[in-house]
Design a protein around this ligand. Structure first.
Ligand SMILES: [Zn+2]
Ligand SMILES: [Zn+2]
Ligand SMILES: [Zn+2]
Length: 138
C-alpha cells in the first residue's frame, strides 16, 4: 500500500481516528478513482461486517471525505470529496452521470445550472444525467 502516509494524512486532516478499516476503504476509493456503491464495498471487503462498513462510510460522509450521491437504485453510492471538504464545509453542486450500459455513476466537473424560482430559497441542487458514458460509447 504505497499511499499509506497520504491516507493517514487525509484521515488526520478530517479529524478522523485512524483505523485499519478506514485506511482500507479510503485506499480502495483512491485506487479505483470512481464512485462506489455499498454493494461494491461489500464485495471488496467480504471479511468486514456490514455494520462496520456502514459506520466507516457514515464517518467519511460526515467528515467530508466522501459524499453520498442520490440515486434511485436502492443502493447508496459514494464519491470522493475535493480536498477542501470538511465536516463544516461540505457542499457539492456538481452533476452526476449514470450510465445505462455499465451502471457506473460518475462525478462530473460541471455544476448544476443555477435555478431561481420566485418565492423559493434553493439550498441544494442534485442532478443525475443518464445515458451512455464515454467508455461505453467508444
Ligand atoms: Zn464533500
Ligand atoms: Zn458505461
Ligand atoms: Zn460527486
Amino acid at each position: 500500500m504505497a499511499r499509506y502516509s497520504e491516507i493517514k494524512k487525509i484521515l488526520k486532516s478530517h479529524k478522523l481516528r485512524i483505523t485499519d478499516r478506514r485506511i482500507d476503504v479510503l485506499e480502495f476509493f483512491l485506487r479505483e478513482k470512481r464512485t462506489m456503491s455499498f454493494k461494491d464495498l461489500e464485495e471488496e471487503f467480504k471479511d468486514s461486517d456490514r455494520v462496520t462498513l456502514y459506520r466507516t462510510l457514515n464517518a467519511f460522509t460526515e467528515h467530508g471525505v466522501l459524499h453520498k450521491i442520490p440515486d434511485d437504485s436502492g443502493f447508496a453510492t459514494y464519491g470522493l470529496c475535493h480536498d477542501t471538504c470538511d465536516s463544516e464545509d461540505h457542499y457539492h453542486d456538481h452533476m452526476h452521470f449514470k450510465c445505462n450500459e455499465c451502471g457506473n455513476i460518475e462525478c462530473l466537473e460541471e455544476n448544476v445550472p443555477v435555478v431561481e424560482i420566485p418565492g423559493y430559497q434553493v439550498k441544494e441542487a442534485n442532478l443525475i444525467l443518464k445515458g451512455t458514458c464515454r467508455t461505453c460509447v467508444a
